[in-house]
Design a protein around this ligand. Structure first.
Ligand SMILES: C[C@@]1(CC(=O)O)C2=NC(=C\c3[nH]c(c(CCC(=O)O)c3CC(=O)O)Cc3[nH]c(c(CC(=O)O)c3CCC(=O)O)/C=C3\N/C(=C\2)[C@@H](CCC(=O)O)[C@]3(C)CC(=O)O)/[C@H]1CCC(=O)O
Ligand SMILES: NC(=O)c1ccc[n+]([C@@H]2O[C@H](COP(=O)([O-])OP(=O)(O)OC[C@H]3O[C@@H](n4cnc5c(N)ncnc54)[C@H](O)[C@@H]3O)[C@@H](O)[C@H]2O)c1
Length: 284
């Protein structure tokens, strides 16, 4: 057990994979920033309401409204008051009116609804971050409000360090973990510890690309020739061919990813909080 604990914890924010499926999210504004919010929220399967006069909609926002008529409701009018917040689970403002943004944040505080105002970082309950998505893999880069442009640049560097097989590997590992629970059912306890030890060893032993190429037959052999024998088999032992596969796409940014309509089946998040966490004092 690692007992070398950091005595200087603090000054950061909680990086979590917030589950918004079927929740109601209000986006006030329909411009450029709003279109990025729409994209980020569509990924979560939430129900979206966009409130903005038609003439203020950006081309990207219009395109999203056309593409997802069942998942986004658009009201062609300005924000009218606290009645707009009824039944909302989250509110995002992306408007070019700082005073109205302040007012909406105040209303949300009163109604205890988490709120992000694109133009008032100091009053946000949470920030967005630069995102890399590849199926179930979700990486968020946050600088805790210090440098959004640097977030985007750091994202490119992180992207360059990925193999491109991570998303597919995670999908397959998810399936294998389900199968493992069929062979060894039960929650927690000795069964849980045994499963975890074996799964950890297998993950440490195999390459990302090897997991990505698993099929149903291989998974069965992993269970029969590996798990049932109390060992972790090699990729080749279960019929894997270690020929180099070439990949067309590589890891994707949120924009290219959403075009492919890949909806993540698992929620896996890797978060990086850069700079702001340790060395840069908070503005608040
Ligand atoms: C990561 C990303 C995600 C997203 O928005 O979805 C994001 N901003 C992005 C880009 C970006 N934003 C801005 C620039 C211009 C260059 C620059 O200023 O650096 C660029 C660069 C570009 O466009 O390339 C201007 C800007 N941003 C904020 C303010 C208000 C202020 O600071 O006062 C202003 C000034 C407005 C003005 O001056 O009028 C505030 C926030 N922007 C955040 C997120 C949150 C903190 C994120 C973090 O901690 O890293 C936070 C605090 C609140 C929030 O938005 O939740 C996305 C990258 C997407 C990607 O490429 O993947
Ligand atoms: N957080 C970030 O990353 C970030 C980045 C750039 C800009 N900003 C800030 O975000 C805000 C929006 O930027 P943008 O580029 O999307 O602006 P934009 O001009 O493209 O869009 C403004 C939107 O606000 C809508 N709007 C204005 N008043 C409204 C009202 N009363 N009710 C409903 N909708 C209303 C307009 O119809 C329009 O759709 C600005 O304040 C900007 O400073 C934030």
């Amino acid at each position: 057990m690692d007992l070398s604990l950091d005595p200087n914890l603090g000054g950061g924010s909680l990086l979590i994979a917030w589950q918004l499926k079927d929740k109601n999210v209000l986006i006030v504004g329909g411009g450029e920033v709003a279109s990025q919010r729409v994209e980020s929220i569509l990924v979560t399967d939430a129900r979206i309401t966009v409130l903005s006069p038609e003439k203020g909609l950006s081309l990207r926002t219009k395109r999203f409204l056309e593409l997802y008529p069942d998942r986004i409701v658009h009201y062609d009018r300005p924000f009218t008051g606290s009645n707009e917040l009824e039944n909302m689970d989250m509110v995002l403002t992306a408007i070019d009116d700082n005073n109205l943004s302040l007012e909406i944040v105040g209303m949300c505080r009163k109604a205890k609804i988490p709120v992000n105002a694109a133009d008032i970082p100091d009053l946000c309950d949470f920030y967005f971050g630069a995102q890399i998505r590849d199926g179930p893999l979700q990486i968020m880069i946050s600088t805790n409000g210090q440098g959004p442009r640097l977030s985007a640049l750091i994202k490119q560097k992180v992207q360059g360090s990925l193999t491109g097989f991570e998303g597919e590997a995670l999908r397959k590992v998810g399936e294998l973990r389900q199968l493992l629970k069929v062979y060894e059912p039960g929650v927690g306890g000795a069964a849980g510890r045994k499963r975890m030890k074996w799964m950890t060893q297998l993950c440490n032993q195999w390459e990302m690309e090897e997991f990505a190429s698993m099929d149903a037959d291989m998974m069965k052999r992993i269970m029969e020739d590996g798990w049932m024998q109390g060992r972790c088999p090699t990729f080749e032992e279960v019929g894997g061919k270690s020929s180099r596969r070439t990949l067309a796409g590589g890891p994707q940014t949120i924009s290219s990813w959403s075009k492919n309509l890949l909806i993540p089946s698992l929620s896996f998040v890797a978060g990086l909080v850069v700079a702001g966490l340790i060395s840069i004092p908070r503005r608040r």
